[in-house]
Write a protein that binds this ligand. Sequence first.
Ligand SMILES: Nc1nc2c(ncn2[C@@H]2O[C@H](COP(=O)(O)OP(=O)(O)OP(=O)(O)O)[C@@H](O)[C@H]2O)c(=O)[nH]1
Ligand SMILES: [Mg+2]
Length: 234
Amino acid sequence: MPPNDAPTIAVIVPTFNERGNPGPLVEQVSAALADRPFRIVFADDSTDGTTREIRDLARESVTISLNHSSSRRGLARAVVETLADVTEEFVVIMDGDLQHPPRLLPSLIATLTAGADIAVASRYAPGGRELGLSGPIRRLVSRQSTRAARLLLPQARQTTDPMSGFFAIRRTILDGATLQPVGFKILIEVLVRGHVRRVVDVPYTLDRRTRAASKASPLEGVRFLRHLVRLRAP
Ligand SMILES: Nc1nc2c(ncn2[C@@H]2O[C@H](COP(=O)(O)OP(=O)(O)OP(=O)(O)O)[C@@H](O)[C@H]2O)c(=O)[nH]1
Ligand SMILES: [Mg+2]
């Protein structure tokens, strides 16, 4: 059992039209973090009834809260706006579609406790896999984008998976930093603009999406390239 002074944890989950996913996600995150002091905050822009599911969950438990926008902010902006309301010592960012397995949470938290500033759940570290990226083209795009990020940004070389959407940070690394979110990729923004000394990868398997629809699109690829250019000349 974690000690009484165990670090507080906020798990931020971006959601856009993820009906059927919030319930199982809350159940699995709660089981994974068990006796630790944690809170789940949904960064939600949904229009399909997902918001009502989250509100119902929040009514049942004080560990669940909702940061909702009635206009679509985009993944990264929704997360950054939610981060501004969070005061916990450790912050986890993970998707709301269960492709990021909650059972990895104890390893990410233990990595921060051992002294890392960022623990990255990595598909590309030895032992990691990606079952979830549907089709060879998306897998190729993901790998080439990772290469481009590592080539162009020295900070991205601190991890094997700078495009990961699943990671945990020590919140103080963002003190005084101004994040400028674009599109889907938030970790590279944190790596470039945060006060980061130690990044540690934790291998994992990206699972398949089983409910609701993907929001990834070719437009996100274009946004990512613009993001890289902007990060090169902050
Ligand atoms: N708040 C918010 N969340 C979003 C937005 N777009 C996507 N998300 C969420 O961000 C997470 C990642 O989106 P996905 O559609 O799963 O993207 P992906 O994992 O690259 O694509 P798949 O492998 O096809 O699932 C999911 O939890 C989405 O619900 C948005 O505009 N606003
Ligand atoms: Mg997904």
